[in-house]
Design a binder for this molecule. Structure first.
Ligand code: PLP
Length: 330
């Protein structure tokens, strides 16, 4: 496969765009992917009225375009929009927009393991810097697409993860919103971990209990069990997390969703992995905790992690059947 540029830096030629006024969406259209012109007082620039989704379309073995768990992502966008007091885009509207963006950009879908990353995004554009305490009356809803390869540079390799017990990524109740503010809140910690420790990401574990990393969920994996923190309002309810747990159960693993103390992660003798649309399932090789480096298992990406990753990617590309009805073929 031809080498793809860094994740998220090139864009497919067509996007879908709609606007909203007073909570009502207008008709959406397919347009050329191009700049928007926004007033400098646009609500999103000042008060962070923005939320988004991230999902992928994969090229099937038969050349078809296969969108993974579109309904689940459309439903999560509704949840995020409600938390931000933005008008929730109806699920059917998101489904129609995403499917059309995939159809119209079909030739842009790279061969596996590449994919077409899709980014539905909702922003408040009302020009009103006095509206700090009001949701924007007007805004845009658009879906852009980006042909992508691996999220972590260097392909499949064991990651270095800092375990952080002091700083929080977000707050109770807001962490489950997929909104830029949460990434902004985590950024300082992630940047410092990368610069000072060469870490790939940070696992946030406020008060000693694991939540998630800056851009993915977190799982402990062994030959017979997959353990992850229970869903809460504090972190993003990952679609890949859910898919991995359901696939793991089907493959005979026991699945435990329960509070996960940092000490258990440090003492774990099996594997650890990050799950996310971008990360897929990426194995952890090293934890960094309070100045100490702890090797996870053999220090390489584990066999169970690779097995579960494969089970997932085989459904993406259609190599395996899709027992859960997760894929929309367009
Ligand atoms: C903060 C955060 N947590 C978790 C996830 C995983 O969510 P999903 O599996 O739905 O992509 C993501 C996105 O990939 C994320 O940005």
């Amino acid at each position: 496969m031809a080498k793809l540029p860094p994740f998220g830096t090139v864009f497919a030629p067509q996007m879908a765009v709609a606007s909203f006024e007073e909570g009502a969406f207008g008709a959406w259209e397919i347009e050329k992917t191009a700049d928007f012109s926004l007033h400098p007082a646009a609500h999103v620039f000042h008060y962070g009225s923005a939320c988004f989704e991230g999902l992928k379309a994969h090229r099937g073995l038969d050349g078809s375009a296969r969108i993974f768990r579109l309904d689940a992502h459309a439903a999560r966008l509704v949840q995020s929009a409600e938390l931000l007091c933005l008008p929730p885009p109806p699920v059917e509207m998101t489904v129609a927009m995403v499917e059309e963006v995939v159809r119209t950009n079909r030739d842009e879908i790279p061969e596996p393991p590449g994919s077409l990353y899709l980014r539905p995004t909702l922003v408040g554009t009302e020009a009103n810097i006095g509206a700090a305490a009001h949701p924007p009356a007007s805004g845009l809803y658009f879906v852009i697409a980006s042909p992508v390869g691996d999220y972590f540079s260097g392909g499949i390799r064991p990651l270095r993860i800092l375990i952080e017990e002091e700083a929080r990524r977000s707050t109770e109740g807001f962490g489950m919103a997929k909104t830029g503010g949460n990434y902004a809140a985590a950024l300082r910690t992630v940047v410092a971990a990368r610069k000072d420790l060469g870490a790939d990401q940070v696992l946030f574990a406020p008060n000693g209990l694991v939540e998630e990393t800056g851009a993915s969920n977190f799982l402990l994996i062994s030959d017979d069990v997959v353990v992850t923190a229970p869903l809460s309002g504090s972190y993003l309810h990952g679609v890949t997390r859910d898919s991995t747990l359901r696939l793991a159960e089907r493959l005979g693993y026991r699945v435990e969703e329960r509070p996960l103390p940092v000490q258990e992660v440090l003492d774990w003798e099996g594997e650890a992995a990050l799950s996310g649309t971008a990360a897929v399932l990426s194995g952890v090789g090293t934890f960094i905790h309070k100045g100490e480096e702890i090797t996870v298992g053999s220090g390489e990406v584990g066999a169970n992690t690779m097995r579960l990753r494969r089970a997932l990617t085989d459904i993406h590309s259609g190599v395996a059947e899709d027992p859960f009805g997760w894929v929309s073929v367009v």
